[in-house]
Write a protein that binds this ligand. Sequence first.
Ligand code: URA
Ligand code: CA
Length: 446
Amino acid sequence: MRMLDIIEKKKLGQALSGEEIRFFARAAAEKSVPDYQLSALLMAIRLQGMTDEETTELTLAMRDTGDTADLSSIPGIKVDKHSTGGVGDTTTLVLAPLVAACGAPVAKMSGRGLGHTGGTLDKLESIPGMRVTLTEEEFLRQVRETGVAVVGQTGRLAPADKTLYALRDVTSTVDSVPLIVSSILSKKLAAGSDAIVLDVKTGSGALMHTLEDSIRLARTMVQVGTLAGKPTVAMISGMDQPLGTHVGNALEVREAIDILAGRAGGDLKEVSLTLGGHMLVLAGRAGSLPEAEKMLEQALASGAGLRKLKEMIRAQGGDPAVCDDPGLLPQAPVRRTVTCGREGWVRRMDTTALGSAAQAMGAGRTRVDDQIDYAVGFVLRVRLGDRVLPGTPLCELHARTAEDADRAEEAIRAAIEWSGAPCPRGQNFYARITADGVERFRDGMD
Ligand code: URA
Ligand code: CA
């Protein structure tokens, strides 16, 4: 088989055969075809698209280029959750212990931050002593014993994606539905769960900015997940503002602890309960979403969720005392409260710019080998639709130096637009996509 013929075929808009798609996935994993040919096919796919059947073939072929985790030694239905990435999005740290406290095993492999978005592994590593690199045996044992583990990939999952993602990043081919779906789901399918809950973001901080594009992406993911034999549900959630109030690694861990301790609420808690609720339903632990959300609320109120987080942290070598005293998390030397300069309403936030502001403070990487500063970031004190007066707190900066704080203040001010008249609040969920179709929510779900 010749790569040139495959490129030619896709260039003309024809569907590729399973054999051709598997050749491409193997070539990417083994790097047996030059990058320029892989890149040419990526661009042809970006411009011509793929059918659901081709996308499914590509997903399975990419999955099969590497290891597959075997979770069968963990009793019960294992449900995975994946978010397409956001800012201040710490749902995993809130829902993993809550779902586990409700009896559903959570065997989760998470990722690191990318660009303006944060990553669960980096957040966890802000906890003193915490290990996220476990062997497969340690990972499975921890889930059997405590019900929950959140770690980096064990084994070599979907190596084809590693090659292709790096090429997409530099060839303007990230924003392609078949390429995003195969990238995300090849890794999720290799991670070995029985069912998948997807949180597909939409808005100014998301991979897909418009609702229709986000729904198109989610529909394809649900189709492919289902065709691959895993019950899959996708929620479209808003990323028109950071999900939580805290942005930055240790700060986000603090917010998750505050929620589990009953000291904080808001959109991060709401979204975590809904996504966790879907996990409990797919795990067969609850008969309906309302019943599942009630179980999670109870696990929260009783402190069972926070106790579960402590167990997980202890099992992974971290200091569980952070759950009782978040002051033990890394602290930034420079703290500054920034206030609003005018009267008005919050009309719009550039969430990507807010994420980039935290990244520039040191909370994220510009290059893969950059060191992260766990302590830095900011707490945003306003939400979309809020009314403010001169002097109303806008944000609290946690910076390494005064200069970093100055730059962050300027970037955050520039990322927020104001209005002289009342504006709508953000919406947490826009739609739910299942194998049965799309259900749209006009006004949030409540
Ligand atoms: N995350 C991934 O892992 N892959 C994509 O293509 C986009 C987001
Ligand atoms: Ca709700």
